[in-house]
Ligand binder design. Structure first.
Ligand SMILES: *Cc1c(COP(=O)(O)O)cnc(C)c1O
Length: 409
């Protein structure tokens, strides 16, 4: 394109800055010939569902993370459900998780018949606050379900210490956290179990899909069977010479397996994971540099002991110094042709949790405050440095046009 920018007049007193000519979407997956050819190969192979490619993807994923087992499933939600199921979460149990997360994190606790106990986040990384976890422990607590929000690992040392003191399990919601690390150790190997997401918008994608990782033999065995109807695949070897048609149901299982079609994408996405991560880090660094002059914006922080997966780049508006709120800011960015999103509407604010469990908005004041201010900017490997520059310019322009005067308030 010869002229990427058009000058658009603006009735504000701030001089007009160039506006993008095309809309920058919030996300675009990175798919190339590797995925496409692998998918065609699978279609021609005659084997579409879980089979050799799923096994290959699992082996490669386990090696990449440094986990003993990786079990492919059809979503992270399914993976979290299987993880809770594998440790025996059931009616009467409580599982502590962070309110600042997606619907799935707490829904799976309810699917087990247990109660999700929602606690507030830390003010800086917006990950679960270990002090609030400790305070929420009861004799019914069965597990802690920390969410590595935006790809920044939770305070795992403290969380694991609490879990070990109370003899309860830790299941990591690692949907955002490939390839994050904590003190040099990959996320997905820190707790008892972890679940990753390969949904279209996540750091690597299989369209839809997920992976459970664990170092525990027993949990891996349960999940391997329960993701596919609870069928004991080795039963015929033990009992008969009848052949492979024979199976035994050892548990009323689920239909949560991955297919070889999805794994075809995963194999190639995983190969590019380090490259994707380097691009995400580069874009995040450009954002941090470009937006740091703006006092009206709070930027994400990174603790020194972590490797951030940079799934999201959430900024927070300092509403006290702006004349527009978060929703208007998003609309102004849309007018600048920048797509954004909001992660998350805290769970305790939703009608279900308020009505069934009696949560009030002020029960998790940090999450409430973060929600009122937060905007996720576009961040993905397909973005160019010019795209990042366009977002920085658009945010800067909107801030300049809507500053609240310190003197006149
Ligand atoms: C995306 C997401 C999930 C669910 O992942 P699916 O693969 O879509 O089931 C769970 N937790 C968090 C925090 C997520 O962002």
């Amino acid at each position: 394109m010869a002229n990427q920018y058009e000058i658009v007049s603006d009735d504000s007193t701030v001089c007009a800055s160039p506006r993008r000519s095309s809309f920058l979407p919030f996300h675009r997956p990175s798919i190339d010939d590797g995925e496409i050819e692998e998918m065609i190969d699978t279609l021609r192979s005659g084997w579409l569902t879980m089979g050799p490619k799923t096994l290959r993807f699992e082996e490669q994923f386990a090696r990449y993370i440094g986990a003993k087992y990786a079990l492919a499933v059809n979503s992270c939600t399914a993976g979290l459900h299987l993880a809770l199921n594998a440790i025996g979460v059931g009616p009467g149990d409580e599982v502590i998780t962070c309110t600042f997360t997606f619907a799935a994190t707490a829904a799976v606790i309810l699917h087990c018949g247990a109660r999700p106990v929602l606690v507030d986040c830390l003010p800086d990384t917006l990950t679960i606050d270990p002090a609030q976890v400790e305070a929420a422990i009861t004799p019914r607590t069965k597990a802690i379900l920390p969410v590595h929000f935006a790809g920044h690992p939770c305070e795992m040392a403290e969380i694991l210490a609490i879990a070990s003191r109370h003899n309860i399990s830790v299941i990591e919601d690692a949907a955002h956290a490939l390839p994050a690390a904590y003190h040099g150790q990959r996320v997905g190997t820190l707790g008892d179990l972890a679940a990753f997401s390969f949904y279209a918008g996540k750091n690597i994608t299989t369209g839809e899909g997920g992976m459970v990782t664990t170092n525990n033999d027993e949990y891996a065995d349960r999940i391997a069977q329960r993701r596919l109807h609870g069928i004991s695949r080795d039963a015929w070897k033990r009992y008969t010479d009848q052949g492979s048609w024979y199976y035994e149901i050892t548990y009323p299982g689920f239909k949560y397996n991955m297919t070889d079609l999805n794994a075809s994408l995963g194999i190639h996405q995983l190969r590019k994971c380090d490259r994707f991560h380097a691009k995400r880090q580069r874009c995040a660094a450009l954002y941090l540099e470009g937006l740091s002059p703006l006092d009206e914006i709070t930027l994400p922080t990174v603790q020194p002991e972590v490797e951030h997966a940079w799934h999201l780049f959430p900024i927070r508006l300092n509403l006290e110094s702006l004349t527009v709120g978060r929703d208007s800011f998003i609309e102004l960015l849309r007018q600048e042709k920048i797509g954004t999103s909001v992660h998350f509407i805290p769970l305790h604010m939703h009608p279900y949790y308020r009505q069934v469990f009696g949560y009030r908005l002020q029960d998790c004041p940090r999450a409430l405050s973060a929600f009122e201010r937060i905007i996720s900017l576009p961040l993905y490997p397909e973005m160019t440095e010019e795209d990042v520059g366009d977002v920085v310019r658009a945010v800067t322009k909107i801030v300049a046009a809507h500053q609240r005067s310190a003197i006149h308030g």
